[in-house]
Design a protein around this ligand. Structure first.
Ligand code: ADP
Ligand code: MG
Length: 495
């Protein structure tokens, strides 16, 4: 897929999400704050009103006395209209004052009743109130009454109703009211202010969080852009790493590491394809040479047979090479499913030795079996034979006539070691690190004549690793080499 077909870079997703979250959290906090502010204010204002009402009631009650069945009211506060005779007569503004007095918001709200509920005194404004009967009966039973009542004009009024006592005997009830208009208007203006401020604060927080999120995501955006500019062809390039010691730096480093591995894999792949083509071309060239020479002149039957034998040998080499390539390609793809059966490694080593014995005799090499401890591993018999054959085949190939190849199987703890030792030409130290690489040959001329293409040890290495094991080599030029395959022992041994 071409990189240019990727979606254009737009990052409203995370930004919008962050903004939404920030704003939602902010909105919740503001609502909570408004609620607490409103209720606290309301409670404190209401309790202030109640305290003032109690005081007024006490003051007024202080001027009321009871003597021989008669209630006498003395206006100690100087506020009770109707008790002060001057207040209603001789004043030119009497009508205005009367109107003012009957307004529940401005006028005095006081009512005094006797024990039968008969009104002894009522201020003009009190007439406008709708008062429940419990406000009289409850104080007469000894408990003061307090509540909110509604005036005719709809205005809420706080009312306090207490018993009048004389030496502990209840002789009447005094009721004092206070308008809640002040409280209502204060709460209303607070509500309006909060309603006006809240959207502004929310808008500000939304813009702020959007701006913050944009700033925080900018380095990632930059990183995305530079990563996108790296095409398959220029994998040597890297994304810039900000020295911020944060997640963005970690991301940039991870991306660079990933690009480095991709680069490595690509290079390996290219080299593998080039090497494979080269290796495949060689036998084809040989076949063409043989056939061209054969076709150029008439041949007798014997010569024909010789040509066919040569062709057969080359075709076999080609077939082996293709087989090896296929095995490695399938292994890379992860297509090869290994069997997991219990395998006696020592018996397998005997089989391998037996099958290769004639070849050893042919090359005048002594094949020895040293130590063979019974060892069971869990794995794929065919692949394990393939690995052993690869090692033994190399030992025979790279050992001169008169040499010795020794096989052994040892058990140490929970692992088993299969080793192949030879007295051959050995491997130079600079080559030992590479011999397990594909197509690597320490001495291509010799390998060629002996028939190897450099894939043998790569396959052995894959088989060993697929079985959870490891392979090591120890070698001295001119003296010989030891290849050791360490495999984990099977957990249970079948009887
Ligand atoms: N027992 C050995 N003694 C000396 N050299 C060895 C031995 N085994 C492997 N090598 C070296 O490792 C190279 C890679 O081995 P391998 O992968 O089997 O390829 P080849 O097809 O050449 O045998 C060989 O070309 C050879 O140079
Ligand atoms: Mg080989």
């Amino acid at each position: 897929m071409s990189i240019t077909r990727l979606l254009p870079i737009r990052l409203p997703g995370i930004r919008a999400l962050l903004t939404l979250w920030y704003t939602a959290v902010f909105a919740t906090l503001i609502l909570l704050f408004c609620f607490i502010l409103y209720t606290t204010l309301k409670t404190s204002l209401a309790s202030g009103i109640d305290t003032a009402l109690h005081l007024r009631t006490q003051q007024i009650a202080g001027g009321i006395s009871y003597e021989s069945g008669k209630i006498t009211i003395q206006d100690v506060t100087g506020e009770l209209p109707g008790l002060d005779t001057n207040a209603t007569t001789g004043d030119p503004n009497a009508t205005i004052q009367a109107n003012v007095r009957s307004d529940v918001n401005v006028g005095i709200l006081v009512r005094i009743l006797d024990t039968k509920g008969q009104i002894i005194y009522i201020s003009p404004a009190f007439h406008a109130l709708v008062v429940p009967s419990t406000s009289i009966s409850q104080p007469l039973h000894g408990a003061p009454w307090q509540g909110t009542v509604i005036a005719h004009n709809g205005q809420a009024v706080r009312l306090y109703s207490a018993a009048l006592t004389d030496n502990g005997n209840i002789f009447g009830v005094v009721q004092v009211g206070g308008s809640l208009e002040q409280l209502t208007t204060t709460l209303q203006s607070i509500t309006i202010a909060l309603l006006l401020i809240t959207p502004f604060v929310l808008l500000l927080s939304a813009f702020g969080s959007y701006w913050l999120a944009k700033g925080a995501l900018r380095p990632i955006h930059r990183l995305t852009l530079s990563a996108r500019n790296i095409k398959a062809g220029d994998l040597h390039r890297r994304v810039p790493v900000p020295q911020t010691k944060d997640e963005v730096q970690a991301l940039a480093l991870t991306l660079n590491e990933m690009i480095r591995r991709l680069d490595q894999a690509f290079t390996q792949q290219r080299r593998f394809v080039a090497d494979a083509s080269h290796e495949l071309r060689t036998p084809v060239t040989v076949i063409r040479n043989i056939t061209e020479v054969a076709l150029a002149q008439p041949l007798n039957l014997e010569e024909h047979l010789a040509v066919l034998q040569d062709l057969n040998a080359e075709a076999e080499r080609l077939g082996q090479l293709i087989n090896d390539l296929l095995t490695l390609a399938r292994a890379d793809e992860g297509q090869i499913q290994l069997d997991r059966e219990l395998v006696r490694l020592d018996l397998l080593a005997y089989d391998v030795a037996a099958s290769i014995e004639s070849l050893a005799v042919e090359r005048s090499i002594t094949l020895q079996i040293e130590q063979m401890e019974p060892a069971t591993v869990e794995g794929d018999t065919a692949r394990l034979i393939l690995a052993m054959m690869g090692l033994v085949d190399n030992a025979l190939t790279y050992t001169n006539a008169g040499g010795t190849v020794t096989l052994s199987v040892e058990v140490t703890g929970t692992s088993t070691c299969f080793s192949v030792r030879d007295t051959g030409i050995g491997i130079a130290p600079e080559d030992t690190a590479h011999i397990f690489e594909r197509f690597y040959r320490a001495d291509p001329a010799r390998s060629r004549s002996a028939g190897g293409s450099g894939l043998g040890l790569a396959i052995v290495d894959w088989v060993v690793r697929a079985h959870g094991g490891s392979i090591t080599v120890e070698s001295q030029v001119g003296k010989g080499s030891i290849f050791r395959v360490i495999l984990p022992m099977a957990v249970s041994i079948s009887v």
